[in-house]
Design a protein around this ligand. Structure first.
Ligand SMILES: C[S@@+](CC[C@H](N)C(=O)[O-])C[C@H]1O[C@@H](n2cnc3c(N)ncnc32)[C@H](O)[C@@H]1O
Length: 276
């Protein structure tokens, strides 16, 4: 098959996997929808200057976009762990997820976005509790685990296999949730991301997050990655200073990830977008 055609098929497949339309891709890349259509049909190749943004939007490396290879490349920090049969984070949902469900009790069919879903323990729990769940996760084996856990439990989850950095939110959600994943947002990107989460929340909807905070008396966790950045105490309350704060807490928790017992300082918030 001609190389242009192969690349075009790959762009189309990745775009569809992420649920983007050709029009949406064209807006992100500032090109015409016709240009995207031409790439997908193999009638033209994207300009070289567009490749970094196109690859980022489609949540793959430029190499994978162009060659289709490297499906074994590391796509997320926990790929190795997620490939194992057991569930690295377990299948028991988190306390924060339970608190969100308790607040929105009996309100079915609420749309929820879980950012950095891991292997899906909270995403599946939310689905089981009556939410329509989008689970956003960067790791390819993580996504496979979410799919597997969702099928096994019989609770449907819509998977968004994507990088949270630069991912364009397309829906308005009743809940935007994250548990231990927003440390992957570089500090300079955070304000922008939290602003977007707030904008994409319906009136009366919730944002709930658990983040890691830096404390001089707590050692760095053994599985802390180079692209993880701590928050400071109070950061979450500041991002949501103009919303109703339903829960805001800081705790020291025990953790055994990587098989080595250690501690984390974590801060969690549940904030409600109040109607004015
Ligand atoms: C500490 S784990 C928490 C997983 C899950 N929320 C839980 O509590 O079980 C953080 C998750 O964020 C994901 N992640 C890291 N960087 C990401 C990114 N840029 N976009 C989307 N997900 C990302 C990781 O692959 C990982 O699954």
């Amino acid at each position: 098959m001609h190389i242009n055609h192969e690349i075009g098929l790959r762009i189309a497949a990745l775009r569809k996997e992420l649920g983007y339309t050709q029009e949406q891709i064209s807006v992100i890349l500032n090109v015409t929808p016709q240009a995207v259509s031409k790439w997908e049909k193999g009638n033209a190749l994207p300009d070289i200057a567009l490749l970094p943004q196109l690859a980022k939007t489609l949540a793959v490396s430029i190499d994978r976009l162009l060659t289709g290879g490297c499906f074994t490349e590391k796509t997320g920090p926990y790929d190795g762990e997620y490939k194992k049969e057991e569930y690295y984070w377990g299948t028991q949902h988190s306390l924060l997820a339970e608190q969100v469900v308790d607040i929105l009790q009996a309100k079915m069919d609420k749309r929820l976005l879980d950012i950095g879903s891991g292997e899906g323990r909270d995403a599946v729990y939310f689905s089981q509790s009556g939410f329509l769940v989008d689970a956003l996760e960067i790791s390819t084996p993580g996504v496979e685990k979410i799919r597997q856990y969702s099928q096994m439990s019989g609770h449907e989850v819509n998977i968004l296999h994507a990088d949270m950095i630069g991912y364009e939110l397309r829906n308005v959600y009743d809940v935007i949730y994250s548990h231990g994943s927003l440390q992957f947002l570089p500090v300079a990107e955070r304000q922008n991301h939290f602003d977007r989460y707030k904008r994409h929340t319906s009136a009366g909807g919730l944002n709930a997050h658990l983040i890691f905070v830096e404390k001089p008396f707590i050692k760095m966790a053994p599985d802390w990655e180079k692209n993880e950045y701590f928050y400071l105490s109070g950061d979450l309350a500041r991002y949501y200073h103009d919303w109703e704060i339903l829960h805001c807490e800081e705790q020291i928790i025990e953790c055994n990830s990587a098989g080595i017992p250690h501690r984390h300082a974590v801060s969690s918030i549940i904030a409600r977008k109040t109607e004015v």
